[in-house]
Design a protein around this ligand. Structure first.
Ligand code: ZN
Length: 291
């Protein structure tokens, strides 16, 4: 059996990349993001953890009108893996920091911290906020970060057409701001249904989940946040922080220490395209340094 087939088999056995059952998406105790979990269940547990609900979502934005896919016909279709990805290869000691739910009034300060430390990251933005803050979208791109898609208004559920609109409206909002949207999508609340997965594939989007969902949105304290990310970020991992969705002072204050600690631990911080490569593979994710 070739290495890729072996990896896929291991993943299948470990349950990685499986859809989070709806029953697992209910509010979990806050300590679940910090509690050690087995390799086999980590991704599912992380995906199932409760998420902030204060995004001011406005249901009913999506329409049932058929929409044309935005796939250019003159270029070859991008490679889209069949499974969602949680991590890249541990080889190269790379880690991707991702910032979800923005842009917001905090984003420019996050950018300043990243700029001072010469770190490039990925921003999974909401289309409705991209529309509101086109200047911030341009600034994110000007600083060399990747701008990815986190839906238009962070809905929990939707029909196929509604998800299509969520993704495409966000893509349009990023373009309207003058930036280039990357074809990576992270489902709101980490909830990926087979139906949403199919829509992502149809639109040429790679689904990017994560290995570490930080509890920054719960504001656990700067020290706790620094410790959590420093200890649990592993080579090849994808870390979620938030630059929006509430008061992000703690995340902002923790970020310089997080960046310094990860670098001190020998990790290289890169955007997700650099972590995953042009033909992303579903791989077993490395264990964190400290359990
Ligand atoms: Zn989110």
């Amino acid at each position: 059996m070739n290495p890729r087939a072996t990896a896929l088999l291991l993943l299948a056995l470990a349950g990685c990349g499986t859809t989070v059952p709806a029953s697992h998406t209910t509010l979990a105790p806050s300590h679940t993001t910090l509690a050690p979990v087995s390799r086999a269940t980590r991704g599912v547990r992380a995906s199932a953890t409760s998420r902030p609900t204060h995004h001011g979502t406005r249901p009913g934005l999506a329409t049932s009108q058929p929409v044309a896919t935005s796939q250019p016909t003159s270029q070859p279709a991008p490679f889209v893996p069949t499974e969602p990805l949680r991590c890249g290869s541990p080889v190269g000691q790379r880690v991707a920091l991702t910032f979800d739910d923005g842009p917001s009034r905090f984003t420019a300060r996050f950018l300043a911290v990243l700029r001072r430390r010469h770190v490039r990251a990925t921003f999974f933005v909401l289309g409705r906020l991209a529309r509101r803050h086109p200047d911030l979208i341009r600034k994110i791109q000007a600083d060399g970060h990747l701008i990815a898609n986190h839906s238009y208004n962070h809905p929990l559920t939707g029909t196929d057409d509604e998800w299509r609109r969520q993704i495409q409206r966000t893509e349009e909002a990023i373009r309207a701001a003058g930036a280039v949207p990357a074809r990576y999508f992270r489902p709101p609340h980490g909830k990926l249904t087979p139906q949403l997965r199919a829509v992502c594939r149809e639109l040429g989007y790679t689904v990017v989940l994560y290995t570490l969902l930080s509890s920054d949105w719960q504001r656990p304290g700067v020290e706790a946040l620094v410790r959590q990310v420093t200890h649990r970020a592993a080579p090849g991992g994808v870390v979620v922080l938030h630059d929006a969705g509430g008061d992000r002072h703690q995340t902002l204050e923790a970020l310089p220490q997080i960046l310094d600690n990860l670098k001190r631990n020998g990790l290289r911080l890169v955007p997700v395209d650099e972590l995953l490569g042009p033909r992303p593979q579903v791989l077993p994710c490395a264990r964190p340094r400290v359990r």
